[in-house]
Design a protein around this ligand. Structure first.
Ligand code: ASP
Length: 335
């Protein structure tokens, strides 16, 4: 019999109606789980649950909570066959990305899930998301950090929250689903990572100062000049299309060059969810490359942010970080 550890962090999935709106409540959520017979039926793995303290709306999740989740998984790694992390949907793709980097050498399934409608409601997506995540975690097919939601198993560091109100709330625009869940669970074997043969090493994250800038027509780049100091370790720039930026007089390259001279790692991502950055393909992106930026290729902003935290937390040099940002470490980019 497989054993799964469920880590409950908060989020809509376990919220109940309170006088001040939906809020997470540990006892009420445990009671609701106890009332789902399928969770204890034949064919289900045995599972235990641990609650994070305090339970959070995922908008309030920080590096500290990422570290606490990673620590729980590392501490219970030998005792369980897989892990299900119940999490709010708003920042689930960030946490999934962070765990994929933080758990170096992980060979077990770590499935993040949540719901758009709380389990306490008559009509909800929580019940299926929990049951299916437990079955996937116990399947022996998955050896990486994933996100399960609305019938799709996605690589965690490829997922983005796509809808604020659909029950199919996540997408993986640049990588196929790892499994489609219909009448049966159909795994996409070629898309899954092979089990890692190394030992699990937990790399806690430091609260590294990093930033994200989204470019838009008419952007006044000089406004950002003041944040380009030596304090800023990394910056993700969400550019147009394949890595393009406006080239008007008040332009970005001098600011990027200043950041680069200060030692900041500058990563170029695209505002298009689908497709890849191709620095130098257009004149409007060559300037970024010349100013010292590196390409994030088809990485999501969520994964780029998590990867910067990870690489800086490992204490690597700026040059090593620049090289690794352009390489796939956990299947997060396609080169
Ligand atoms: N605000 C909630 C959260 O991210 C939304 C959800 O769980 O769906 O915790």
């Amino acid at each position: 019999m497989k054993r799964i550890l469920v880590i409950y962090t908060g989020g809509t999935i376990g919220m109940v109606s309170t006088p001040s709106g939906y809020a997470p409540e540990k006892e009420a959520f445990h009671d609701l789980l106890d009332r789902i017979p399928e969770l204890h039926a034949d064919g289900m793995p045995t599972w235990d649950i641990v609650d994070m303290e305090p339970l959070l709306d995922s908008s309030n999740i920080t590096v500290l909570e990422w570290n606490a989740i990673g620590r729980l998984i590392a501490d219970h790694y030998a005792a369980y066959d897989g892990f299900v992390v119940l999490h709010g949907t708003d920042t689930m793709a960030y946490t999934a990305s962070a765990l994929s980097f933080m758990l170096r050498g992980n060979a077990k399934s770590v499935i993040l899930t949540g719901s758009q409608i709380p389990l306490c409601e008559l009509r909800n997506d929580a019940r299926d998301n929990i049951i299916t995540s437990l079955l996937i975690a116990a399947s022996d097919r998955v050896h990486e950090v994933c996100l399960y939601f609305g019938g799709k198993l996605l690589r965690g560091n490829r997922a983005i929250k796509y809808s604020a109100d659909d029950l199919i709330a996540f997408e993986s625009p640049n990588y196929p689903a790892l499994a489609d869940v219909g009448i049966s669970i159909r795994y996409n074997a070629p898309a899954l990572l092979p089990p890692s043969r190394g030992q699990l090493v937990l790399q806690p994250f430091k609260n590294v100062p990093i930033g994200v800038i989204k470019v838009f027509p008419g952007i006044q780049f000089d406004l950002f000049d003041s944040i380009m100091t030596e304090r800023l370790k990394g910056i993700v720039i969400e550019t147009f299309g394949a890595g393009n930026i406006p080239g008007h007089a008040n332009s970005l390259p001098p600011i990027i060059r200043k950041a680069s001279d200060n030692g900041t790692v500058i990563v170029v991502c695209s505002q298009c969810p689908h497709g890849t950055v191709s620095l130098g393909a257009y004149e409007t992106s060559s300037a970024l490359k010349d100013a010292g930026a590196v390409s994030g290729y088809d990485i999501t902003t969520e994964a780029a942010v998590a990867k910067l935290y990870y690489l800086f937390s490992r204490g690597l040099s700026r040059d090593e970080i620049r090289v690794r940002m352009e390489r796939s470490m956990r299947g997060e980019i396609t080169i």
